[in-house]
Design a protein around this ligand. Sequence first.
Ligand code: ZN
Ligand code: ZN
Length: 145
Amino acid sequence: MEINERTAHWTQTLQVSGYRLTAARLSVVNVIAASQKALNPMDAYLLARQECPGLGLVTVYRTLEKLEELGLVVRVHAPDGCGAYLSAAEGHEHLIICTHCQRAEYFAGDDLHPLMDRVAAEHGYQIQDHWLQLFGICPECRENS
Ligand SMILES: [Zn+2]
Ligand SMILES: [Zn+2]
């Protein structure tokens, strides 16, 4: 989804859910929707303040929570915690995250079925779901190192 399209989709979803989009909340929405990196609330705060100088950190937290509640953003799990947010995947996709610059991308397709079948057989579980995140160094960071 293009950034403009995503922003429009998010603002519409928020409005339909009865959420009042103030300028401050909208600045947070814009920043997260446009970001290629997972942003923690402080990152989002510093970026969104450029658009909305009166923004408060509490508003950032609340807006992120609302976006997460509506399934528009996901929390990224990282070695230093699970506090960063990123646009949710469209469909069944998995994340790859650069450990240098925190750039994040989704990829489709996984070959987990042989593994899941083996684990199911060995442990007697019926597997219902899985969650996968890869970490690495992105092409840009590899070039600059
Ligand atoms: Zn990188
Ligand atoms: Zn999968």
